[in-house]
Design a protein around this ligand. Structure first.
Ligand SMILES: Nc1nc2c(ncn2[C@@H]2O[C@H](COP(=O)(O)OP(=O)(O)OP(=O)(O)O)[C@@H](O)[C@H]2O)c(=O)[nH]1
Length: 350
């Protein structure tokens, strides 16, 4: 009986911290033929911001609790997708035609895909369309070198999308590395035209599922990554803020994996800056003309390696910073590290 019900396409959008997943998702959801897309977002930081910045037509957007989607939060994804389908069936939410999951930049997609695919109910209802992995042309090479998560994300992709090519052409070394990790995924430079939606939903059955491992794959994880958040109790000037963050990025860029936040500046009242830094690079802020939710505090989320909270508080002392929230216990992933060399054998090499 269930075989008569059309399956709902589901795509997984992944890529290392700051590679451009939310930016791409926003662009894709703006396409008229992507109305009716349910979105599930999981973030690595100890506070979620991305879901505030993505708009869907009928607000069909779900922020999973922060934490590692491929380990401690792995079963949350099943619960969330199941509940989405149930509420779609009983009419408590707008019907949707497809689902996109944006994983956190630290998630290894293989255990997530495996978990979704082996769930009997979801197996009946979902059609996996693609695993799309964003690779940052600026920071991607270094991330692949230092972080097993980045390599694992490349290894399972059906498509590799190169982002930030407007800032830097991908180096031949980066392209060769990608081909070595995943020879079957085409490497595509992000198009700027309306063809974006096809990137997620015009692939056919996920290659990962055809190469599905027999058992739950072990998540690939770096050790020593920490996340914490601060609020700024007094509004900084843009210059003081840029100097503090710029100095941090130039001194500790390799370990400053990601900074994002919402900040109101003393010299731009009435606007909220959406601030981004990825390793050594600070991005131009986007400006909102109001706070995206009821929390009107300037706040920053840091994902770092070996940079202390005290160090960060000291650097932003001019803005009266306070620790904001601490990640609940259980965030840290206790999976053993996977050597980079073994990652190409993760899916499909059996
Ligand atoms: N110049 C340029 N900037 C980009 C591009 N894609 C993303 N960015 C910028 O890179 C920063 C990070 O982008 P996000 O879309 O937030 O990255 P993300 O992968 O969702 O980040 P996490 O969820 O933290 O892993 C933002 O400032 C974006 O505006 C691109 O193709 N070109």
């Amino acid at each position: 009986m269930t075989s008569a019900v059309p399956k709902i396409p589901i795509a997984l959008l992944t890529g290392f911290l700051g590679s451009g997943k939310t930016t791409l998702l926003k662009a894709i959801l703006a396409a008229p033929d992507m109305a009716g897309t349910a979105v599930i977002i999981n973030e690595a930081g100890d506070a979620s911001l991305d879901h505030l910045l993505v708009e869907t037509v009928d607000e069909a957007i779900y922020a999973l609790p922060s934490g590692c989607l491929c380990c401690v939060r792995r079963l949350d994804i099943v619960t969330t997708v199941r509940s989405l389908l149930e509420r779609r069936d009983d009419g408590t939410i707008q019907p949707f035609d497809r689902i996109v999951i944006e994983t956190s930049g630290l998630a290894d997609p293989a255990p997530i895909l495996y978990t979704l695919a082996v769930d009997p109910m979801l197996g009946h209802r979902l059609a996996f369309s693609a695993v799309v992995t964003l690779v940052d042309a600026v920071a991607g090479g270094g991330s692949l070198e230092r972080h097993p998560e980045a390599a694992a994300q490349v290894a399972v992709a059906d498509r590799l999308l190169l982002s930030k090519t407007d800032l830097r052409a991908p180096s031949p070394d980066l392209l060769a590395r990608l081909a070595a990790l995943n020879p079957w995924a085409p490497q595509i430079t992000l198009p700027t035209d309306g063809a974006l939606a096809k990137l997620l939903f015009d692939v056919g059955l996920s290659g990962f599922l055809e190469r599905m491992p027999a058992a739950l794959p072990k998540p690939a994880h770096s050790f020593g990554i920490e996340t914490f958040s601060i609020t700024l109790r007094s509004a900084p000037t843009r210059l003081a803020f840029a100097m503090a963050l710029g100095r941090l990025a130039s001194e500790r860029g390799e370990d400053l994996l990601r900074v994002k936040g919402l900040v109101e500046f003393a010299d731009r009242p009435g606007f909220v800056g959406v601030m981004h830094a990825v390793q050594h690079t600070l991005y131009r802020p986007q400006w909102l003309d109001r706070w995206p939710d009821e929390d009107e505090r300037s706040r920053l989320v840091f994902i770092v390696r070996g940079v202390g909270l005290d160090d960060i508080l000291a650097r932003f002392a001019f803005a009266d910073p306070r620790p904001w929230q601490k990640l609940p216990p259980g965030f840290a992933c206790d999976a053993p590290p996977v050597p980079l060399a073994s990652l190409s054998a993760l899916p499909g090499d059996a």
